[in-house]
Design a protein around this ligand. Structure first.
Ligand code: NAP
Length: 239
């Protein structure tokens, strides 16, 4: 590897979508450990060469945090330089009403898991004065039709602000808010964006903006069309 020192980077939700696009971007320069809900056998062919993988199902937030800690140990790492808590889900409400189960699942996967994972991974990040990155969404400021998803992302925004201040001098904390991107998330959520999908950002471009925002350690950062049109996917710092 040429240039900056290789970093040990954990990306949750790294087996597809934005997490995988980011992993592919970083895999030539850094050491990666990715997580997801699917089994190793199901994702092995998709992962970048050399990347480790750990199953951490965030439907059980506490177990997912423990699975990450165990996976990092089994991977032979005794510390972390970057953690990107990117795994997330959305569930489109049926007839405009969220079921209690869908509300719980969205908050468990998107918010409670991130809180418990951040807490569990803090000692490993602290060893290298690393950076914790939470992946929110521009929907966090309130989006019609997806109120619970929006609430979970607003929760991540508040969490990042609080931890950024609490962990100051020990671990950098930031939250990045992507705009709509072309991944399978909307289909999985049961939401059809229709013709709007054609103006969604490419996952690779969002990943490029994520990488430079992570290198800059600023927070919060919106990764939307405005940033893209200002060259956000092609300029900025390199991670
Ligand atoms: N795409 C967008 O328009 C958009 C916009 C703003 C923000 N975001 C945010 O960006 C992040 C990545 O989204 P994406 O678009 O890349 O979605 P995606 O393609 O659906 O990927 C989601 C990732 O999260 C993982 N995941 C979902 N449920 C999980 C669970 N219960 N336990 C563990 N892992 C789970 C998935 O793992 P498995 O494949 O193993 O299930 C997958 O790796 C999310 O936090 C999302 O909210 C996306």
């Amino acid at each position: 590897m040429i240039g900056a020192k290789p970093r040990r980077i954990l990306i949750t939700g790294g087996n597809t979508g934005l997490g995988l696009a980011l992993a592919k971007k970083l895999s030539r320069r850094h050491s990666l450990l990715l997580s997801g809900r699917k089994s190793q056998a199901d994702v092995a062919d998709m992962l970048p060469q050399g990347a480790g993988y750990v199953v951490a199902d965030q439907n059980d937030p506490q177990l997912s945090a423990q699975a990450l800690v165990n996976g990092i140990r089994d991977h032979g790492w005794d510390g972390l330089d970057n953690v990107v808590l990117n795994a997330g889900t959305g569930i489109a409400p049926l007839n405009g009403i969220d079921s209690t189960e869908a509300i719980r699942q969205t908050l468990d996967v998107n918010l409670l898991s991130a809180i418990l994972q951040a807490r569990a991974l803090f000692p490993l990040l602290k060893k290298s004065k690393g950076t914790l990155t939470l992946i929110g969404s521009v929907a966090r400021s309130g989006s019609a039709t997806i109120p619970v998803y929006a609430a979970s992302k607003a929760g991540l925004h508040g969490l990042a602000r609080a931890l950024r201040s609490e962990w100051k001098g020990q671990v950098s904390v930031q939250v990045l808010h992507p705009g709509a991107a072309k991944t399978d998330m909307h289909d999985k959520a049961g939401y059809d964006p229709g013709r709007m999908r054609s103006v969604f950002l490419e996952a690779d471009d969002v990943a490029a903006m994520m990488a430079s925002a992570i290198a800059a350690r600023r927070s919060p950062v919106n990764l939307s069309w405005v940033r893209y049109l200002n060259g956000g996917a092609f300029t900025g710092r390199r991670l």
